[in-house]
Design a protein around this ligand. Structure first.
Ligand code: DER
Length: 235
């Protein structure tokens, strides 16, 4: 089974937990895309009714709208029944890294407002500790003096061999701009950053930081699709 097929299997399994009448947080990324497609399919066939979707990005808003999923937002629905979303990393305690797709702020706003948060991943996302994939741990920052903020972020984690890079896009390498008009600094760790809560607090104390991509103690269910089948873990 390809990674894409595993993502689809995890996504479809998560949608089995959706009930008619739910207010749903709709995730962002290639795995969540399969879940949103499946919800659209079940709405069209009448197997699901009266669903309201709360998208976590303009990209998901567009996808859900094209599928005819009724949409709303956190202003109208401050409490969400269930959110379904992917992740870039999952540690043994179900802490996550998210945001490599650039949507971490709206994802975290939606998923902290959700009574249930189902994370859907293929097995390649499992890590021993956060940052362990050696891939990006994104931090959304204001554009103003981004170099200054990047340096202050690196200084928080010199012991973990942290290097920060401004996320860029396009062939001219212009700074990536999030749905919220902010920049993203991707942090790369050489070693375990240690206590996640302390790391989170330190990052959020920096003026200029908007939010980071560590989703600590937020997931309530983890669905992992692997070559040996699908596992479901509840917190
Ligand atoms: O950017 C994000 O937060 C995405 O949800 C990411 O965490 C997972 O993206 P993927 O399903 O495309 O791997």
């Amino acid at each position: 089974l390809s990674q894409e097929e595993l993502k689809k299997i995890a996504a479809f399994k998560a949608v089995e937990f959706v009930r008619s009448g739910m207010v749903l947080g709709l995730g962002t990324g290639s795995t969540a895309k399969h879940a949103v497609d499946r919800i659209g399919e079940l709405l069209k066939s009448g197997q699901l009714k009266n669903i309201v979707g709360i998208p976590t990005s303009m990209k998901t808003h567009e996808q859900a709208m094209n599928l005819g999923i009724p949409l709303s937002d956190l202003n109208c629905h401050p409490i969400i029944d269930m959110a379904i979303d992917g992740a870039d990393e999952v540690d043994p305690e179900m802490n996550l890294v998210k945001g490599r797709g650039g949507s971490l702020l709206r994802e975290k706003m939606v998923e902290t407002a959700s009574k249930k948060f189902i994370v859907i991943v293929d097995e390649t996302k499992l890590v021993d500790y956060i940052g362990g994939s050696r891939l990006a741990m994104p931090v959304e920052i204001v554009p103003f003096c981004w170099k200054f903020t990047l340096q202050r972020l690196e200084m928080l984690f010199t012991d973990a061999g942290c290097v920060g890079r401004l996320r860029t896009e396009g062939e001219r390498g212009a700074p990536y701009v999030s749905d919220n008009g902010n920049y993203i600094i991707d942090l790369y760790f050489d070693r375990d950053m240690g206590d996640l809560k302390a790391a989170s607090d330190a990052i959020l104390r920096l003026a200029g930081v908007v939010e980071h991509g560590m989703f600590i103690d937020m997931a309530t269910t983890l669905i992992v699709a692997g070559k040996n089948g699908v596992t479901i873990r509840n917190k």
